[in-house]
Write a new protein. Structure first.
Lengths: 463, 465
C-alpha cells in the first residue's frame, strides 16, 4: 500500500499523509484517567468520545470510560450549556465519580463555549454535589497534538486542585515531599517511576498516574473507577512540595511552570528517563530534592545496564536509525541511541514545536550532524527520506510497520499508540531496567533481521 | 435491575414470554452517558472506506483522520489506496479564515495527480460544518479540472447519529450509481449492499453467486471499485445485508431504476441459505439457479456439519451476550449460536429500531435481557447476572469481557477470519469454541472455585526408601 511513496520530496503545506500525531482531546482523556475516581468528559459530539475510547482501548487493552456532551445541531447553534448541565447532572447521579475532568473539542471551541462559566453555573445550581470536583482543559483539535492535550489537562489539574496551604519553609522541608510529573507514558512506566522513588525513600506525589487504572489485574469484576490514580488530596498537596521534577518539555513542563507560579514550588525540567544519562539525571534530581543517598540496588541496576551495553556495543555501532514519535519520547530516545553509538538519521515528530528540532540537533551536533530532524512532519515524509537513503532500523509507533514491511527494515515498536503488540502494557521503558528492555528489543530486531537475511556462509551461531 | 440513567428505563427490557414491550430507541444518547455509540462521520467513513480505488480525504483537524486510519479490516484484492490516511489537518488559521480554497483544493489536486484514483470522497467533519467551508463547490471545481467524480460527504459529526452518516454515505454513492455503462450485464444479476469484505467475506459470497450463475455487478462497498458502483443500476436485484447502513441506497435505486431489494444476512447456515434461495427464487425465468442453490447448500452444509456438531457437543448450554451495531446482525448471531447449542442471555445494539426490537423480543427466549444504546456498567452487570460464557461485540467491549473472565468474539471490524457464509459459520464456531473453552478461564476468579487444580506438589521425594 505504500509502494507508491515517491522519492521526490516536495513541500506539502496542504496535506497530511499518514500522520505521526493525533488530536488534543485524546491526550486530555488519557491524562484525566490518571486521577483517582475520575470521569473524563468530552464536550463535543459523541464520535470524538467513542474514537478516543476505542483508540485508548486498542493501545492499553483495557476498558476506558468517558462521557460525552453528545452535541447535536441544536447545541452547535445555541451553545453547549444545556448539554453540559445535563451531562454533569447525569454523571454525578448515575456514575458518581469523585472528579469530572472536562475537555473541549474542535466543535465546542469553535462555537466558543465558556467551560469555567458552565462549571460555575453548575456549582451554583447545586448540580455538582458537595465534595465533588469538576476541572477542565481547553483542547482544540486544530492546535498542537495529543501531547498538547495531555499537557493542558495536567496543567488543568494544577490550576484547579493544587494549593499551597501556607506551611512554613521548615515544615515543608520536614515533609520533604517531591512532585513528579511523568509525562505521556504508559502505566508500566509510571509504575516503574514510583518504584524508583520508593527505592530512594522519597515521599512523592506523582500526577497523573494511570498505573492501577489502565493496567488492571483480572479479578472478575468490572470497575468504572479502579483504585489507582493520583487522588485529589495528593494533587492538592503538590502545592506544598519542596520541588517538582517534570519529565518532558512538551507534556510536563507547562504544569510544572503553573505549579511554580501558583504555589511557588521550584521545578527541575528533565527529559524522559530513557537510557543511561537521562535516568542518571532523574536519580540525581531525586537525590537533590529529597536529600537522600542513592541506594546500592539502583547502582547495581545501572551497572547491569552498563555491562549489557558493553557486551553488545559492537552490534549497535554506526547503525542508521529512523525515529518517529511524540516529541518528548523522541528527544530522550535520541540521547539513548547516541549512548549506544547508533546514528539517528531521520528524527521526526508529528507534533509542532521548535524546541524539538533545536534539542535533537543539539544532541546530534557531534554524533550525527547530518541527521534530518523535523517537527510537524508525518510518516509519509519519513518514508520518502528512507526511500532516498535507507536505514538499518526504524523506531516508532505501530503505524511505522507499513514502512518497515515495504522496505524490509527491522522495526522496534515504541511510543503511542502500539496497537499490535503486548509488551508495552507490562514492561517499562523508563529507568535503567527500561533501558535494558529497549536495548534488548533493538538488539533482537537487528540480529533477527541479520539471521534471516544474511548469506548462509555468514549465518552465525554465536553473537 | 441496576440503576439506569433517567430516560433510559425504556431502553432496557427483559422478555417474559408475553407481548413484546415497546422499546424506546432510535434516539440520541443522553448527554453524560458512557455510550458506546459514535457519530455521523463514523457512519459515513465505515461505509465508504472499503472502496479501494477511490481517494478518501478527511477535511478537518487531524483526529478524525487518525482514528479511522486502516482500522476496518476491509480487504481489497487490488489497490490499497484506501488504507492510507489523507487529511487536510486543519489548523487554527484555517479555522479562522476557512480551509477550503487553500488546503482542500490543493490537497485534492495534488493527490489526484499522483494516485490517479477513479473517484474521490471528501468527508466533512464537525468543524467544516461550522466554519462554513463550501465543500461542494470545491468538489465541483476539482471534478471539472480532473475529470473524475469528486463527492462531498456531508458527515459533520454533530448532525445526527451514526445512521445519518450511513445516509450521507448512500447519498454520495448515489451520485455514482447510474453513471456507468450497463451493457453486457446478465439478466440474472444482483448487487450486494452493506457487505464490507471484512477478512475477505465478499470473496466467499461472490464465489457462491458465481456457482449459482448469478452475476454480482457491484458489492457495495466490500472490495468494490468505482466502475462497479457506476453500473450498479444495471443489476436486477439488490440484496441488502447491513440494512441499517444501506437501505436508503436500495430505496433510491428502487425508486429511480425499479430495482427491487431484499434484506439478507450472510451469517449462519439458515440465513446464508435463505439469502441464496431468495436470490434464486427472484429469477423465476431460470429454474436452474434454484436447483444450483439447492445443490450448493447441500454440498456446503454437508462439508461443515460434522465439525459443527463436534463444537455443538462441547458448547451445549453455554450462554452468550451480544452487543452489536445493528440488530439484524444480532438475529443472525442468535440463530447461529442456537445451531452450536448456545443460548443468548443478553442482547443489544447501538442503532436498532422499534420494529427490530419487537422482532427480537419475539425471537428471544424468555428471560433474555434486551438493551438499546448500552454502557459498560450495564453490560458488565447483565453479563455477570446471567453468568454468560461468551461476549460478542466490538473493540470497546472486549477488555470488559476479559476483566470479567468471559470469552469474546469480535463480530465487528477486528474479526480476523471470515464469518460470513458456510465457511464463516465454521470459523465462527471454531472461534467461539477457542475462546469459551480456553484454559485461561479456569483461573478466572468467577470460575476458580469450581475448577481450581489441587495445589499439592506433583511429585514428592520419598522420605525413606
Amino acid at each position: 500500500m505504500l509502494d507508491g511513496t515517491t522519492t521526490e520530496i516536495k513541500p506539502r503545506e496542504a496535506l497530511r499523509i499518514n500522520p505521526a500525531k493525533t488530536c488534543q482531546p485524546i491526550g486530555a482523556m488519557y491524562a484525566a484517567l490518571g486521577i483517582n475516581g475520575c470521569m473524563p468528559h468530552s464536550h463535543g459530539s459523541q464520535g470524538c468520545c467513542a474514537y478516543h475510547r476505542s483508540h485508548l482501548t486498542r493501545h492499553f487493552k483495557e476498558p476506558v470510560v468517558a462521557t460525552s456532551s453528545s452535541f447535536t445541531e441544536g447545541a452547535s447553534v445555541f451553545g453547549g450549556l444545556a448539554n453540559m448541565t445535563q451531562a454533569l447532572s447525569n454523571i454525578f447521579t448515575i456514575y458518581n465519580p469523585k472528579v469530572v475532568a472536562v475537555h473541549t473539542t474542535c466543535l465546542s471551541e469553535v462555537i466558543g463555549d465558556d467551560i469555567p462559566m458552565m462549571i460555575k453555573k453548575a456549582t451554583e445550581e447545586g448540580i455538582i454535589p458537595e465534595g465533588k470536583v469538576v476541572i477542565h482543559a481547553n483542547t482544540p483539535s486544530f492546535v498542537g497534538s495529543h501531547v498538547t492535550g495531555f499537557a493542558n489537562m495536567v496543567t488543568g489539574m494544577v490550576k484547579y486542585l493544587s494549593e499551597s496551604s501556607g506551611k512554613t519553609e521548615p515544615q515543608l522541608k520536614a515533609d520533604a515531599q517531591l512532585n513528579l510529573i511523568p509525562g505521556f507514558i504508559d502505566p508500566a512506566d509510571m509504575r516503574e517511576l514510583k518504584r524508583i522513588v520508593h527505592e530512594m525513600g522519597v515521599k512523592t506525589v506523582m500526577f497523573p498516574d494511570t498505573s492501577g487504572v489502565l493496567d488492571l489485574p483480572q479479578d472478575g469484576r468490572y470497575r468504572m473507577f479502579p483504585s489507582g490514580g493520583a487522588t485529589v488530596a495528593a494533587i492538592k498537596s503538590a502545592g506544598d512540595s519542596v520541588g517538582t521534577i517534570a519529565l518532558g518539555h512538551f507534556a510536563s513542563h507547562p504544569a510544572a511552570t503553573e505549579l511554580d507560579e501558583k504555589c511557588n514550588v521550584p521545578c527541575a525540567l528533565l527529559e524522559l528517563p530513557y537510557g543511561l544519562t537521562n535516568t542518571d539525571r532523574l536519580i540525581h534530581a531525586i537525590r537533590n530534592h529529597g536529600g537522600v543517598e542513592v541506594p546500592s540496588s539502583l547502582g547495581e541496576e545501572r551497572g547491569r545496564l552498563l555491562d549489557a551495553i558493553s557486551d553488545m556495543h559492537q552490534y549497535f555501532h554506526g547503525k542508521r536509525v529512523a525515529i518517529a514519535g511524540d516529541p518528548d519520547h523522541v528527544i530522550a530516545l535520541t540521547q539513548f541511541l547516541v549512548e549506544l553509538d547508533m546514528k539517528p538519521a531521520y528524527v521526526i515528530t508529528g507534533s509542532p514545536g521548535n524546541h524539538f528540532e533545536n534539542r535533537v540537533k543539539e544532541l546530534l551536533v557531534d554524533h550525527a550532524p547530518n541527521a534530518v530532524v523535523l517537527q510537524n512532519s508525518d510518516l509519509f515524509a519519513l518514508h520518502q527520506w528512507i526511500k532516498n537513503e535507507p536505514v538499518d532500523l526504524i523506531i516508532g509507533n505501530t503505524y511505522s510497520k507499513y514502512i518497515s514491511r515495504v522496505e524490509n527494515i527491522p522495526f522496534v515498536r515504541f511510543g503511542f499508540p502500539v496497537l499490535d503488540r503486548m509488551g508495552h502494557r507490562y514492561f517499562p521503558s523508563v529507568g535503567y531496567m527500561g533501558a535494558l528492555r529497549l536495548m534488548e528489543k533493538i538488539n533482537d530486531a537487528l540480529l533477527d533481521h541479520q539471521d534471516r537475511e544474511c548469506p548462509e556462509e555468514n549465518f552465525e551461531l554465536v553473537q | 435491575m441496576i440503576e439506569l440513567l433517567p430516560g433510559r428505563a425504556r431502553q432496557v427490557v427483559q422478555t417474559d414470554g408475553g407481548r413484546p414491550a415497546e422499546m424506546a430507541c432510535d434516539k440520541a444518547s443522553v448527554a453524560g452517558s458512557v455510550s458506546q455509540r459514535a457519530c455521523v462521520f463514523c457512519g459515513s467513513r465505515v461505509v465508504l472506506y472499503p472502496i479501494a480505488d477511490a481517494l478518501h480525504i478527511v477535511h478537518g483537524p487531524i483526529g478524525c483522520a487518525a482514528y479511522t486510519w486502516d482500522i476496518r479490516g476491509a480487504l481489497s484484492s487490488g489497490p490499497q489506496l484506501h488504507r492510507n490516511s489523507f487529511s487536510t489537518d486543519l489548523q487554527e488559521l484555517d479555522v479562522i479564515f476557512g480551509g477550503e480554497k487553500k488546503k482542500l483544493e490543493a490537497a485534492l489536486l495534488e493527490l489526484i495527480a499522483h494516485h490517479s484514483p477513479k473517484a474521490a470522497f471528501v468527508y466533512s467533519t464537525c468543524i467544516v460544518g461550522l466554519i462554513g467551508d463550501d465543500v461542494s463547490a470545491v468538489c465541483r471545481r476539482v471534478s471539472e479540472r480532473t475529470g473524475i467524480p469528486v463527492m462531498g460527504v456531508h458527515s459533520e459529526g454533530f448532525k445526527g447519529t451514526k445512521k445519518d452518516g450511513y445516509r450521507a454515505a448512500c447519498d454520495a454513492l448515489y451520485k455514482l450509481v447510474g453513471t456507468g455503462d450497463t451493457s453486457g450485464i446478465s439478466p440474472f444479476s444482483i448487487n450486494i449492499l452493506g457487505e464490507f469484505n471484512l477478512a475477505g467475506e465478499t470473496w466467499v459470497l461472490r464465489d457462491y453467486y458465481k456457482r449459482l450463475g448469478i452475476e454480482v455487478v457491484a458489492c457495495i462497498t466490500g472490495d468494490s471499485r468505482i466502475e462497479d458502483i457506476r453500473r450498479a443500476h444495471g443489476a436486477k436485484l439488490n440484496l441488502v445485508q447491513c440494512s441499517g447502513s444501506m437501505t436508503s441506497l436500495a430505496k433510491m435505486m428502487e425508486r429511480d431504476y425499479g430495482i427491487p431489494f431484499k434484506r439478507v444476512s450472510y451469517f449462519g447456515i439458515e440465513d446464508m441459505s435463505a439469502a441464496l434461495y431468495d436470490a434464486a427464487k427472484h429469477f423465476t425465468g431460470a429454474p436452474e439457479i434454484l436447483r444450483r442453490a439447492q445443490e450448493l447448500v447441500r454440498e456446503e452444509v454437508a462439508r461443515i456439519y460434522p465439525e459443527l456438531l463436534r463444537y455443538k457437543e462441547k458448547l451445549k448450554g453455554k450462554k452468550a451476550a451480544i452487543y452489536v451495531g445493528g440488530l439484524f446482525k444480532a438475529f443472525s448471531l442468535m440463530r447461529a449460536l442456537r445451531l452450536i447449542g448456545m443460548e443468548t442471555a443478553v442482547v443489544g445494539s447501538q442503532t436498532g429500531d422499534k420494529e427490530d426490537y419487537k422482532q427480537l423480543q419475539e425471537m428471544a427466549d424468555p428471560g433474555t435481557i434486551i438493551v438499546d444504546d448500552s454502557n459498560p456498567l450495564e453490560l458488565a452487570k447483565f453479563c455477570l447476572e446471567k453468568d454468560v460464557d461468551l461476549f460478542i461485540g466490538g473493540v470497546k467491549e472486549r477488555p470488559i469481557a476479559y476483566k470479567l473472565g468471559i470469552g469474546f468474539c469480535d463480530h465487528n471490524h477486528e474479526r480476523k477470519e471470515p464469518l460470513a457464509g458456510y465457511v464463516g459459520m465454521l470459523n465462527f464456531a471454531r472461534e467461539v469454541y477457542a475462546s469459551v473453552a480456553s484454559p485461561v478461564w479456569q483461573f478466572a476468579p468467577r470460575r476458580a472455585n469450581r475448577t481450581a487444580a489441587p495445589l499439592e506438589p506433583v511429585g514428592l521425594r520419598p522420605a525413606a526408601v
